[in-house]
Ligand binder design. Structure first.
Ligand code: 2RA
Length: 338
């Protein structure tokens, strides 16, 4: 068992859910430490039946820590993860900083659990928009080999942290009141709007958020030939990312086959009955850990080698906290069986 667990960034949108998930999933540990920047030091957080004081994230803080689950901005992770590992801890990191480092496994436990073998102290959890897409692509890839994916995302404001949700609320209120609202977190007012930019320009007009879906998908599925064409859009929904996905496969694929594969795959719930108006929607997926798929249909522009579907998941859960805690559980079971 990992005796001492540290949660870094416990007061953020994802960190709070990490603590809930650790409790709900009964993750075993003897002692828990909460670490954050100077601003939060001394704040008290309820963890199960204990009140825990936040301590400073600084060199030395990991001397007595075995396992870390961290939800911080990239630059914070870049700074602390190396000294945490030097001090003897294993870090499960949710930031984007380490994901494409060749020495760092990028893990979705339902998809590539084997990749934890040989880790060097840091394990990364993918970006939220990648995670839900790859959970859905994995069974299709295994059976029919995914060659190409065209995806448009509809990403919730909580993907930008608590500040994103605060801004959605103030933006909607300002719009209804007929007043102006100066956006700070997003590029434009998000209330009653859609913003087709998440992140800055990264590659040939694609944003950093979009290119994460390209690079991370290949790394997790272990196939550098998969072509991904993404468009990432911020939408006025607080929680739950949605994605419209078109997949082209090497082997022919039917709708029935795709549904069978989705139904048999771990972590996927199929909600698909257009006649009964049944399909996944963010409001129904909030607070759940699965990836939901629906609107499963043949690619009518193709030749029997394509499937189109709609995919929704709670971006703060499977897209972040749940996946990280599942990686910690994988580590836990590998330690227990060693
Ligand atoms: C977003 N994917 O939704 C980001 C969060 N990791 O902004």
């Amino acid at each position: 068992m990992f005796e001492t667990l540290a949660v870094v960034g416990a007061t953020g949108a994802v960190g709070r859910i990490v603590l809930d998930q650790l409790a709900d999933r009964d993750f075993p540990y003897k002692r828990i430490k909460l670490l954050a920047s100077q601003r939060s030091v001394g704040r008290e957080v309820q963890v199960k039946d204990q009140t825990v004081k936040i301590e400073l994230l600084a060199p030395g803080a990991f001397q007595d820590v075995d396992l870390v689950i961290a939800s911080t901005p990239d630059e914070v992770s870049a700074d602390f993860a190396p000294y945490a590992v030097k001090e003897g801890a294993v870090v499960v990191d949710e930031s984007g900083f380490w994901r494409m480092d060749p020495t760092v496994p990028l893990i979705i436990p339902e998809v590539n659990p084997q990749a934890i073998a040989g880790h060097q102290g840091i394990l990364a959890s993918p970006n939220c928009s990648t995670t839900q897409m790859v959970v859905a692509l994995a069974p299709l890839h295994q059976a029919c080999r995914v060659k190409r994916v065209v995806v448009s995302t509809y990403q919730a404001t909580s993907g930008a942290g608590l500040a994103g949700n605060v801004e959605l609320e103030s933006s909607v209120r300002a719009h209804l009141d007929g007043g102006a609202n100066q956006p700070e977190t997003f590029q434009y007012p998000i209330g009653f709007n859609l913003i087709p930019q998440i992140g800055g320009e990264k590659h040939q007009g694609y944003t950093s958020e979009e290119m994460k879906m390209v690079y991370e998908t290949r790394k997790i599925l272990g196939d550098e030939d998969i072509q991904v064409c993404p468009t990432a859009v911020r939408v006025p929904v607080m929680t739950g990312h949605s994605e419209s996905i078109l997949v082209e496969t090497e082997e022919p694929i039917s709708v029935e086959k795709a549904i069978e594969l989705f139904n048999a795959a771990p972590g996927i719930t199929v909600v698909d009955d257009l006649d009964r108006k049944q399909y996944p929607m963010p409001k129904d997926c909030v607070g759940k850990d699965d990836v939901f798929v629906g609107r499963i249909r043949a690619d009518i522009s193709g030749n029997g080698h394509g499937i189109a579907f709609w995919c929704v998941s709670d971006n703060l859960r499977k897209g972040a906290a749940t996946n990280a805690v599942q990686i910690a559980e994988l580590l836990q079971s590998s330690v227990a069986s060693a």
